[in-house]
Design a protein around this ligand. Sequence first.
Ligand code: TRP
Length: 334
Amino acid sequence: MTNNPVILTGDRTTGPLHIGHFAGSLRNRLRFQDSHDQYLLLADTQALTDNAHDPAKIRRSVMEVALDYLAVGIDPEKSTICLQSHLPALAELSMLYLNFVTVARLERNPTIKDEIRVRGFGHNVPAGFLCYPAAQAADITAFRATREPVGADQAPLIEQTNEIVRRINAAAEKDILPEAEAVIPRSGRLPGIDGKAKMSKSGGNAIPLSASPDAIATAVRAMYTDPGHLRIDDPGKVEGNVVFAYLDAFDEDEAAVQELKAQYGRGGLGDAVIKRRLNGVLEALIAPIRQRREEFAKHPDHVLNVIRAGTQRAREVTEATKRDVVNGLGLFQL
Ligand code: TRP
């Protein structure tokens, strides 16, 4: 342990991660791992909140997400990778926290509202799903995290975490838990290749971080641009054009992208040209990740040991916080 500020983020284990995760949070997590005590949570119990019908998928995906972490360059010497279902303090804190949030407030959380709609739960919202913001507050506070490098969609969850923290501190009459600050990329949320919603595994509009060259090419070919841009000479729309959104997120030559946007807007630049450029940018991003992932995948025991050691370390930290909260609230001691 150091005096560095603490980061805790996580990912639901529902399948391999995609380039939206990379742009939204993985890139920041890589940047922060030298200067922070960083924890990465394989959120398998949170995955259960909307996948209770398919626990086998959640189990399989634990290794997939861990492989993605290692493949992008998360270094287990610097960052602690741990498994949510094996950290009982998180479940215990969740139960306590549920008393510091109302059902109405959970129902008003914009991310929850949006996810309920997208998942088509209607009136059959699993209770665990509605309540997962309290569980996520438990994740964040159990590690005493103060910084949260997350995608824009997670901001309302950090806000709700801080509300719970303030209520608990008020009930304890001292600051037993710190608030956390969301660190969100300026580029905002990466759209899916169809341009419609956010990129998601379930939406079928994602490019996985382990995509093959063929899969990248197919995705780029299918990518939404400007349906009104019929002839090369026609002016094209940059706004809402997925190819440009991805170039903004991943092409390091910002000046060249600005120039292409101007040219596209004036007319005279075809979709084939910008798509070819994006294909190259994505292949350059993904190729080394894909290669490292294949290497790590050959050594599942090593990956398992990384998760085991990380979970052990995380257990100590989270148990200590749980004791602080129970004591801080002044519950009976035996
Ligand atoms: N909600 C995140 C997701 O949808 C996963 C997650 C679980 C998380 N616990 C967290 C993110 C704590 C940030 C902090 O993938």
